[in-house]
Design a protein around this ligand. Structure first.
Ligand code: IMP
Length: 433
């Protein structure tokens, strides 16, 4: 396994959780490298459903779990998540360079979203002009402060004096911004924030460690390290559908930067590809479905957000997205998830090219505006029926229609499909060697 990377190839929610859980059992370390509690990952342990938002999934299997410098951490949520695991504390390492989501980040995220939620006449909730549709977890404002060098790092959280100094320096500016720019009364005071965050820092102190060093040493010693991506390629701050993106790098390059290791140490890059496409929040979605067909697919696929419960937008599989995703990430293999959800949908469509000003394109345009102007060229497939509950062990066990669909994806993206998920259960997975 060595350095194995799991990357969302679309807009997140590709079903990375199931594949990561599947791979975690062979890993010595599972490390997250970007994002924060905007991610959501449901795991069933001893019949109990658990939602992980920040902890790498490896903690469930008692594996060493690490949170790299490229993540942002909400310490309140993390303390609760650790408590939800049960009595035994996880074998967890948190990089001290990581930035902390402070109360003002969450309030600013909400205020910015509300500000954007006006139509051109200024009516609230009237349209999506300017509104990203974030998870309101403070992710964007926290990453913005990291870049502006006005953030609070985990190393500050666990040191009383440094925490106090950072709060005194930063909080008054954030309070003024909320009051005078957004017309909101800040819900925090410096004394209360210090008291609360100081205590959180003490609770998390035992986990501090240099993730860059530990992961490097583990890889050099031939250990298996699983790098768990959150969100997806088209939510990348640079290569996604800007501005409708998250504020981190969910692409393969993000793993090297977010952990602090050379990119060359990542030798297996697994693309998690949902058999169709979904997106939460606003922004372009060329192969989107609407009306009854969309509702059916959403219900069948259980397409409601793990973090916010929002209904996800749904659409056909898009090969322009997948070719672009491969170009950016350098996939060594594809894992196709939720193939079973397409069972019975006839015919099936796949976006193969975009047409703009009379020209055909095989890749996703760099500009969200061009995406909106494109006409989509589809290929059509007869579709297939999978037997509910049947354990398909090999690709050749699948109906011909499903095989055709998979072969087409493999051929068009130019990357072999090595894993196919035909249901939520662990056993409903084909390993295609
Ligand atoms: P933020 O990450 O909360 O700033 O949200 C920015 C955009 O990314 C919004 O469209 C969110 O819906 C989307 N997003 C963030 N995290 C996830 C995720 O884990 N899955 C899918 N979409 C996400």
């Amino acid at each position: 396994m060595a350095g194995t990377l799991v990357i969302g190839a679309q807009w997140g929610d590709e079903g990375k959780g199931k594949i990561t859980d599947f791979l975690a059992k062979d890993a010595d370390i599972v490390v997250r490298f970007q994002g924060g509690n905007n991610a959501g990952h449901t795991v069933v342990v001893n019949g109990k459903k658990m939602k992980l938002h920040q902890l790498p999934s490896g903690v469930i299997y008692g594996k060493k779990a690490m949170m790299g410098a490229g993540m942002v951490i909400d310490p309140k949520v993390l303390v609760d998540e650790i408590a939800s695991l049960g009595k035994k504390n996880p074998d967890l390492v948190i990089d001290p360079r990581m930035h902390v989501i402070m109360p003002w980040h969450k309030e600013l995220d909400t205020a910015e979203e509300e500000e954007g939620d006006t139509d051109s006449n200024g009516n609230e909730g009237g349209g999506s002009d300017g509104k990203i549709g974030t998870t309101k977890r403070g992710i964007g404002p926290c990453y913005a402060d990291r870049a502006a060098r006005s953030g609070v790092r985990f190393e500050d959280l666990i040191n009383d004096k440094r925490l106090q100094a950072r709060i005194e320096e930063i909080l008054p500016i954030k309070a003024k911004t909320l009051e005078h720019v957004y017309n909101k009364k800040p819900g925090f005071t410096s004394g209360a924030v210090f008291e609360e965050y100081c205590l959180l820092g003490k609770k998390l102190l035992e986990y501090v460690g240099d993730v860059s060093l530990e992961v490097s040493e583990a890889l050099d010693a031939g250990k298996n390290v699983l790098f768990e991506g959150a969100q997806g390629t088209f939510l990348d701050i640079d290569f996604g559908t800007y501005p409708y993106v998250t504020s981190s790098h969910p692409i393969s390059g993000g793993a090297a930067v977010g952990v602090g290791i050379p990119a060359a140490k990542l030798n297996r890059v697994i693309a998690i590809v949902k058999a169709y496409t979904t997106r939460v929040g606003n922004g372009p979605f060329p192969a989107e479905l609407e009306g009854k067909q969309a509702e059916e697919l959403r219900e069948k696929g259980g397409e409601f957000g793990t973090t916010t419960g929002r209904p996800r937008r749904v659409g056909w599989l898009d090969l322009c997205m997948l070719r672009t995703s491969h170009r950016i990430n350098g996939f060594t293999e594809l894992a196709i998830t939720k193939l079973d959800v397409l069972s019975g949908i006839k015919p099936l469509k796949v976006a193969v090219e975009y047409e703009m000003s009379g020209k055909r394109f095989r890749y996703f345009p760099y500009s969200s505006r061009s995406v909106e102007k494109s006409k989509i060229i589809y290929a059509e497939f007869a579709g297939f029926d999978l037997e509910k509950g049947k354990k398909y062990e090999k690709v050749s066990d699948l109906p011909k229609g499903a095989q055709e669909y998979l072969e087409f994806i493999e051929h068009e993206v130019g990357v072999p499909i090595k894993i196919i998920s035909t249901g939520a259960e662990r056993g409903e997975t084909i390993i295609n060697n």
